[in-house]
Design a protein around this ligand. Structure first.
Ligand code: NAP
Length: 282
């Protein structure tokens, strides 16, 4: 006859199993939380003295990446970011470099290679707006936005291409915009630059995929940074209300998508556009 366990022993055994299960779950949870997706990698981020670029630099450094970033004129913010990132135990350096200038982009990449030894990830983030109705838009405002937002993507990709080809690896992420997909009244220059970045992304993915170089674009929606702080409170309220998730995005929201596309977690993804827009563009 099968011998029944006494009730106290049975209860004790359940408690013991529950405790073992709890220890296993919390250990895995901590391991998951401490998992660094970019340990030892070197990332270039253009335009990281503030806004989305700064958010990407912070998330990347927390995930173990060494960060070389550029800025246009915000030297003090760049210096502060450099110190903040270095305090996280990674190597970080800010460089004043105009991404729109072909020669400056090459000089910057050469300096990064001399300082860091290699580069694994390129984030083309630097961007500006000069909004106006087409009727009032000057040629200079059209050209400047195309140069900073689109020509810069060409400049930086050209400058890094040889390094990525040699190491047969690399992840390029171009920060486009939902308006590059949908268009936007008052932003012909900006929308054209961002649509151009998507075409460039897909072409690079096709050209360099056989060398294990991936190229993807992120299309942020309404992200609350200095760029969008120029808008009136009414416009901002309207944007927020129209977004299915009912809020503007944060630089960290975009940075987390970059983290995925930069890491080996996205090893089979190239030539894609990832909308980070709270459902604005479906
Ligand atoms: P932001 O707050 O205005 O910051 C722009 C950054 O780019 C700054 O670090 C700036 O440096 C740098 N920069 C500007 N011109 C440059 C140049 N010629 N060379 C190198 N760096 C330059 O902009 P953000 O909102 O973070 O936007 C970042 C990117 O996301 C842009 O490409 C933007 O088009 C795109 N985006 C933004 C939104 C949004 O809602 N915010 C939505 C879709 C896409 P300084 O500080 O020295 O001026």
């Amino acid at each position: 006859m099968k011998k029944e366990k006494s009730k106290p022993i049975f209860v004790l055994q359940i408690l013991l199993n529950a405790q073992i299960l709890y220890i296993c779950i919390s250990k895995n949870k901590n391991e998951y939380l401490n998992m660094k997706l970019l340990e030892g990698k070197v990332a270039i981020i253009t335009g990281a003295s503030r806004g989305i670029g700064k958010g990407i630099a912070e998330v990347f450094a927390k995930h173990g990446a060494n960060v070389a970033f550029t800025y246009s004129s915000s030297a003090a913010s760049a210096e502060a970011l450099e110190a903040e990132l270095n305090s996280l135990g990674v190597k970080a350096k800010g460089y004043q470099s105009n991404a729109a200038d072909f020669n400056e982009a090459q000089t910057f990449v050469d300096a990064v290679l001399a300082d860091f030894g290699t580069v694994d990830i390129l984030i083309n983030n630097a961007g500006i707006t000069k909004d106006n109705l087409l009727m009032r838009m000057s040629e200079a405002d059209f050209d400047q936005v195309i140069d900073v937002n689109l020509k810069s993507v060409f400049n930086m990709t050209k400058a890094i291409q040889k390094t990525f080809l040699k190491q047969r690896a690399g992840s390029i992420i171009n920060i486009s915009s939902v308006v590059g997909v949908s268009g936007n009244a008052g932003q012909t220059n900006y929308a054209a630059s961002k649509a151009g970045a998507i075409g460039f992304t897909k072409s690079v993915a096709l050209e360099l995929g056989s060398r294990n170089i991936r190229c993807n674009a992120i299309a942020p929606g309404f992200i609350e940074t200095e760029m969008t702080a120029k808008l009136s409170e009414d416009v901002v309220k309207g944007w927020r209300e129209g977004i299915p998730l009912k809020r503007g995005g944060s630089p960290e929201d975009v940075a987390n998508a970059c983290l995925f596309l930069a890491s080996d977690m996205s090893g089979y993804i190239t030539g894609q556009v990832l909308n980070v827009c709270g459902g604005m563009l479906t």
